[in-house]
Every structure is written in C-alpha cells, then in structure tokens.
Design a protein around this ligand. Sequence first.
Ligand code: FAD
Length: 377
Amino acid sequence: MPDRTDLLVVGAGPYAYSAAALARDNGIETRIVGLPMAFWRKNMPVEMFLRSGPDWHLDGKGEYTFEAFFEDRGLRPEDVDPIPISVFLDYTEWFRGRKRLDVDERLVTGLTKPNAGFVATMDDGTTITADKVLASPGIGYFLNLPEWYAEVPPARRSHTCELVSFDALAGARVVIIGGRQSAYEWAALLCDHDAAQVDVVHRHSTPTFAKVSWGFVDQYVDQTLAHRGWWRGLPVERQRAIAAEFWQVGRLTLEPWLVPRIPEAVVTSHPGCAVVATAISEHDVTLTLSDGTTLTADHVVFASGYRADLARVPYLGGVLDRVSITEGFPTLTEGLETSLAGLYLTGFAATRDFGPFYGFTKGCPSAAHIAITDMLG
Ligand SMILES: Cc1cc2nc3c(=O)[nH]c(=O)nc-3n(C[C@H](O)[C@H](O)[C@H](O)COP(=O)(O)OP(=O)(O)OC[C@H]3O[C@@H](n4cnc5c(N)ncnc54)[C@H](O)[C@@H]3O)c2cc1C
C-alpha cells in the first residue's frame, strides 16, 4: 500500500509548522516532512539574536503563542531582550510538542502530479501520495550573489548563511559585502571571535543603530486576513510606500545592541560603495571599491541577501512547467495556491503577491489561515 495523506506539508520551518498545525486543528489528515527548523539550526549562528520580539508566533489558533511559551517557562520579555535564537528554537520545539506535530524527518527529492493527486519521492526512494501539497521552501535556495562572487576562490568566500562559526577567522582580514542587519551582525560575530579587521561595503548610506518597533506590521497582517487578496488590490504607490517602510525600519535601522560589538578599531564601514574590480592572489583577495579604496582580505562574506527564483527549488522540478512564475515568484491565487491546482506555497515565495511581511515569522499564522481556509473550500 503506498503511503498517502490528504495534505503533505514540505519543509519543517516556521511556515510549515504553522500550516500543518492549523490543518490538523481543522481535521485535515496531514503529513509534514523535512528536517526540523533546519535553516535556523544549520544556517544561522548559535550566537545570533532575533530582531523580532515575543509577540510573533506560529499558532493560527492563537493559543500556543511565543508569549504563552514565555509564560510557561517563567521567562519575562524584559529579561530576554534581544531574544537569543536558542529561545526561539525551544519555542518551536514546545509548539511542535503541544500540537503533536510528528515531523517525518526525510527530505523530498521530487514532486510530480501524474493524475489528480501528487506523488512526492523521498530521499530513501519511497513515495508519499497526497491530494494537496503545501510547500514552504524558505529562503535557503535563493542566495543572492553578485556576478564577481565566482571570481573569489571557494575557500575565501561565504554567503552569510554558510558562515555560522567564526573561530577559523580569528586574526583574519574580512570584507563583508552588504549593509543590513546580517552584514553588521556578522561583523559583530567576527569581532567577538577576534577577527583582525572587518570592512563592511554597501551601496546605501551608513545605517542608523536604534531600537525600532515592528508594531506597524500588525495592521497589514490584519488587513490581509480581513480582505482576501488585500495586498494585490493595493495601488502600486501604496505597495511601494509599505515596502519603503520595511526598508526604513528593517534595513536602514539596525539593532542598537550591535554597536558595542563593532569597535571602530576593527570595523570600518564603506557606505555608498560598490566593488568594481577583484584581484586574486595565492594568499588573499584584493577588492577595489567605486571610491578608489582597495581592500585586501583573507575572506569575503556575502551578506547580499536572497532573491526569489522558484526554479532553484530542486524538488519542484517535476511540476515547474505547470507553475506560473513572475519574476522568480510563483503567481499565487488569493488562497496561496499556485497555477497547479492543489499546490500551495507560503513564506518568502509569497511576498510578491501577499506583501513583504511574509518574509518574517509574523506572517505564519495568517498564511496558515489563508491556505487552510482555501483548501477547505
Ligand atoms: C540571518 C537571518 C535572521 C533572521 N531573523 C529573523 C527574525 O528575527 N524574525 C523573523 O521573523 N524572521 C527572521 N528571519 C527570516 C526567517 O528566516 C523566516 O521568517 C523564516 O525562516 C521563514 O520560515 P519558512 O518556514 O518559510 O522557511 P525556513 O525556515 O527556511 O524553512 C524551510 C524548511 O524547508 C526545509 N526543506 C528544504 N528543502 C527540503 C526538502 N527537499 N524536503 C523537505 N524539507 C525541505 C528546510 O530544511 C527548512 O527547514 C531571519 C532570516 C535570516 C537569514
């Protein structure tokens, strides 16, 4: 007998947990596959802090929230600010336990839809058939890298999600490309681990370091839930204004707790600069900046973020010709369904059609609601 389920949720990150839990709460027979919180465990440093607070959570029913976890553990938000990644990971484990989510810890290697239903091939060669599939591939397949990245020898380069331990770079000269939170947090982590020199190169001006409130996001998520297709119905200027608000709060303003960890004696910012030339020697890499500065480094860190390109999600290869894509993003219905009936996509892949907040955990409960409501018809 082949393994079958009504709904297969692929990916075991925050969006997948949220959707699988709400599907089960609504009586949908659900399987969830993937390595639990693997992107957070393998591609983020254990010493990282969250930018978001205890008010962002995973439970579409609003019961097993991050705040409920704080209460359960006797934690006070003021004592855990900023929130270490370990506390968030403990929350996700607690959520999984409370919701009785049994994650099938295998990876999907391929997905096809030979008839009305889907067939997912697993990494052990077995298959699971499902009426519907909800995929939450996150951002791990979507690294954004400049063209000259390939000129840097592999041993001398890393994207931030590939550099999660820093001891090997003690005493090293490091150039970081990018100027957002991850660029400056990785600079701080390198300083914590005794890097000799860190240069941070970015096109925009030097960011401000100040405490920000993400409270403005709440109204947008509320609107998304209250009005089907809210984001796509907004005039382009309004969408741009909201995106600019995210840019201002999330990208041009960085966490103030970074400041004492990026001493001027070690960290130099190069605002308004791009890399215009590279020279590689046996011992190091020399980058020439658009203002004429040259920087010689032992290692180059690309804090250059993520860019959606659905074709890079390997397990979707077998259905991709039936999935409509716009600028790398799936074209989604108001119910988060792709143009291939029964295939849903959430998280970062949904930001084009649902708004920038779907790139953060803040969007998890609402994404779960929208997709599950759509499935229930
Ligand atoms: C440095 C950094 C800091 C961040 N800080 C915050 C923060 O403070 N607050 C916040 O809200 N957001 C933060 N984010 C954004 C955060 O990553 C996303 O909000 C969140 O991870 C999105 O969840 P997801 O479930 O869509 O994706 P992911 O968490 O990336 O999960 C995707 C899952 O899919 C699994 N998968 C991949 N391939 C397969 C396969 N073939 N079969 C099965 N499973 C597969 C992966 O293993 C992974 O577990 C941060 C991101 C970065 C890079």
